[in-house]
Design a protein around this ligand. Structure first.
Ligand SMILES: Cc1cc2nc3c(=O)[nH]c(=O)nc-3n(C[C@H](O)[C@H](O)[C@H](O)COP(=O)(O)OP(=O)(O)OC[C@H]3O[C@@H](n4cnc5c(N)ncnc54)[C@H](O)[C@@H]3O)c2cc1C
Ligand code: SF4
Length: 409
């Protein structure tokens, strides 16, 4: 292969083709290094990723920048580069594992690089390409990208993606979505529900497609579960307000106290399309005797009332039933409302809890106790409070929904 020139000089067409072929091979060894990048050139020495890290470390120690100098260092170490990755010119062959793990498909490597360069607004703009709520994402996303970071499996620890994104949004001065907007189409879309799904649809329908958008929200405040589910201590309301304001600033209209019951009615009113994003606000019933007794409160109703500032009283001893985020948040909220003792009763093991690990960890740290493998069988009056009866459970083989079959003992 003719050796391409380095450091910004033109590569021969033939050289580029060969480089692309090498990239395809390299994908087997270092898929996370391949992709559309803003770095003009990266050089990998040796055949294995470990060699690459070794050379890069040596280059860093010599104070060399990661570019042509790495190449020279590699030569000095007697390890001439055998793979050249020219990110900007190579069509992505393999998606970085972090990006593949992100439910929204955010280009993680690109925004991490921008953060590294101190270009925080641009990093946030990369998140906005896929999610118009970057700060909320930075505050409450449980970062599945980080768990997939190849550095964690191949070297030492994963890149701290969650913390980096939080840093970028906290240091990004501008909240106005910038960049080009699509030309007005004259079409109107009604969105029912102002949770993350509705707001995301509204943002892109307006910005990317140029449609007029009206969001109809049943409650007195916008945001869906971000407003009435996730407690304030995890997601400060000023962050939520700012992100919603940025969407409104694009020209999205949000109508509050505007419950909609019929798609047809909206179409008759002249909307060209309707996007239904009403979420899932009904609690799961326990199906045990006593669940309708006064003093038994459904988790989501409890969190909604507290979020909207309506009610906020709990007794000194609170039992929370369930193992999801709603249960963790209800337990932690009860502590903040003055409960002296809060116990979570969960029928499976910790490994099967659907709540995010961090949320569980925080609950335990704050003093919540969790009783595993306890299934509530009956609730009854026991003046002045309630009596909760439970059966111990045994977890059997994993069933079709990824949950273990339960047997009560
Ligand atoms: C307690 C709790 C904690 C959570 N923690 C996290 C977390 O830490 N990280 C995370 O990523 N996810 C978390 N989630 C999940 C996340 O909040 C939801 O996945 C997300 O909000 C779903 O978005 P959505 O837009 O589909 O629905 P929602 O957020 O539920 O929004 C739907 C909206 O539609 C409105 N609506 C319903 N019916 C009508 C109607 N007929 N007319 C007009 N409006 C209507 C509702 O009032 C609501 O505002 C949590 C959820 C809960 C309940
Ligand atoms: S964060 Fe990890 S997985 Fe993601 S691009 Fe960087 S090294 Fe690869």
């Amino acid at each position: 292969m003719p050796m391409p020139l380095i450091d910004g000089k033109q590569f021969a067409q033939e050289g580029l083709l060969q480089v692309a072929q090498h990239c395809a091979q390299a994908a087997l060894h270092a898929p996370q290094l391949i992709g559309k990048t803003e770095i003009r050139m990266q050089i990998v020495a040796g055949q294995e990723l470990e060699d690459y890290f070794r050379v890069q470390d040596a280059a860093n120690k010599l104070g060399a920048r990661f570019s042509g100098e790495t190449y020279k260092t590699a030569y000095q170490m007697g390890e001439p580069p055998v793979l050249l990755l020219i990110g900007a010119d190579v069509t992505p062959i393999v998606q970085a594992p972090c990006r593949a793990a992100c439910p929204a498909g955010i280009d993680v490597p690109r925004y991490i690089r921008l953060i590294g360069d101190g270009r925080y607004e641009e990093a946030v703009a990369v998140v906005r390409e896929r999610v118009p709520l970057p700060s909320i994402c930075a505050y409450v996303c449980h970062a599945p990208c980080e768990a997939k970071c190849r550095r964690g499996t191949l070297r030492d620890r994963p890149i701290a993606i969650e913390a980096l994104k939080r840093f970028a949004v906290d240091h990004s001065r501008s909240w106005e979505p910038k960049g080009p907007r699509a030309k007005e189409t004259g079409k109107r879309v009604a969105v029912i529900g102002s949770g993350p799904a509705g707001l995301t649809a509204a943002y892109y329908l307006r910005k990317v497609f140029g449609h007029g958008v009206t969001v109809f929200e049943a409650l007195a405040e916008a945001g869906g579960m971000m407003r009435v589910g996730i407690p304030q201590y995890r997601l400060p309301r000023e962050i939520l307000d700012r992100e919603i304001a940025a969407i409104e600033a694009l020209g999205v209209e949000i109508k509050l106290n505007a419950k909609q019951d019929s798609v047809e009615t909206l179409l008759e009113q002249g909307y060209d399309a309707v996007f239904v994003a009403v979420g899932a606000h009904r609690d799961v019933r326990l199906q045990v005797p006593g669940e309708d007794l006064p003093g038994v409160i459904e988790c989501l109703s409890f969190l909604r009332e507290v979020s909207l500032g309506k009610k906020g009283k709990v007794g000194p001893r609170v039992a929370v039933i369930g193992g999801g985020n709603a249960a963790m948040d209800a337990a932690r909220t009860a502590l903040r409302l003055g409960a002296k003792e809060v116990s979570i009763l969960y029928r499976r093991t910790r490994a099967e809890m659907p709540a995010y690990a961090d949320n569980v960890e925080q609950a335990l740290r704050e003093g919540v106790t969790i009783q595993f493998q306890f299934a509530v069988s009956k609730i009854s009056r026991n003046k002045p409070g309630l009596k909760v009866e439970c059966l111990r459970t045994e977890c059997g083989p994993i069933g079709a929904y990824g949950k273990s079959h339960l047997k009560t003992i």
